[in-house]
Design a protein around this ligand. Structure first.
Ligand SMILES: NC(=O)c1ccc[n+]([C@@H]2O[C@H](COP(=O)([O-])OP(=O)(O)OC[C@H]3O[C@@H](n4cnc5c(N)ncnc54)[C@H](OP(=O)(O)O)[C@@H]3O)[C@@H](O)[C@H]2O)c1
Length: 259
């Protein structure tokens, strides 16, 4: 794994816990060093997983790691990095959504090799994307095999991917709407809920299996001429429903977070 023997995390919250579990699922997993806050999370990870060490301080994490990952919230970054013993040879990866690489470099000097990464909590079970920019070899090696690795070409692209990540709640709202309609049609809630989750999960899985096929082609391939899927899709297209998704993304991009 690109010579990675030790990976440290500053900030052991929800996302770090998921990534640590994902990394530990690899057969060639490195030793992992955790910062001591949040105590219940870091202590549980160190207790449950082999070669995961809960360090006494953030400084110990940095001193004992070759790659350091920042898992704190954007507004916590500066305080968490204050006075830490970064070296020139460190690779530093930040999960903080709005922190630009130029600012990150300033905070971790004399380390200069930095990148941003946006994983999802589902990385714990080997599902979902991780976007990185720039393609720092250590970060690429770390996330390859535990997630669908996507390398952004610019920091602006990184921000655009961040906007797209803002549609996960909308996805669940769509599932909820379908489920509620089924319940109103008299179907028991448990059956409606399982049906909807399983149907959309199967469709999503099929999309990954056929990843070289354009998504518009997959939409066409999943409708029979004159059938239910064609009719529903046409009604929604005519209503401008899909344009609203682009509009919502445009609104998120106007917030200009971290590009
Ligand atoms: N959650 C996601 O799905 C997701 C997805 C993409 C990106 N992100 C990004 O990932 C980062 C972490 O998100 P999260 O959801 O894991 O947040 P979180 O659960 O709030 O975790 C933040 C962690 O940082 C710790 N912390 C705060 N100040 C610290 C300091 N000075 N030194 C050491 N540790 C400190 C907190 O400890 P205490 O509990 O003791 O305060 C907590 O363990 C954020 O920047 C977020 O933008 C998250």
């Amino acid at each position: 794994m690109h010579g990675l023997t030790s990976v440290g995390f500053i900030g052991t919250g929800a996302l770090t816990a998921a990534i640590v579990r994902g990394i530990r699922s690899r057969s060639d997993a490195p030793t992992i060093h955790l910062s001591p806050r949040s105590e219940p999370v870091s202590a549980a990870l160190a207790r449950e997983l082999p070669n995961v060490v809960r360090e006494a301080s953030n400084a110990d994490v940095v001193a004992n790691s070759t790659i350091v990952i920042l898992g704190v919230r954007p507004q916590q970054v500066a305080a968490a990095l204050q006075g830490l013993p970064f070296r020139r040879d460190h690779a530093v990866v930040s999960f903080a959504a709005t922190l630009r690489c130029s600012e990150l470099s300033r905070l971790v000097a004399p380390a200069t090799r930095v990148c941003r990464a946006t994983p999802m909590a589902t990385t714990a079970s080997g599902r979902g994307p991780v976007v990185v920019w720039p393609a720092l070899p250590e970060a690429v090696a770390l996330f390859e095999g535990i997630a669908d690795l996507v390398v952004a070409e610019t920091e602006a692209q990184m921000a655009a991917f961040g906007c797209a990540s803002g549609l996960v709640a909308t996805f669940f709202e769509i599932e909820h709407s379908v489920c509620m309609w089924l319940v109103q049609a008299g179907i028991p809630p448990d059956a409606a809920s399982l049906y909807v989750r399983s149907m959309f999960a199967a469709a999503a899985h099929s999309g990954l299996e056929h990843r070289s096929a354009p998504l518009a082609e997959l939409a066409a391939a999943h409708q029979t001429p004159g059938g239910l899927n064609e009719r529903a899709r046409r009604l929604l297209l005519e209503a401008g429903w899909f344009d609203r998704i682009g509009g919502a993304l445009q609104d998120l991009s106007s917030l200009r977070l971290g590009d």
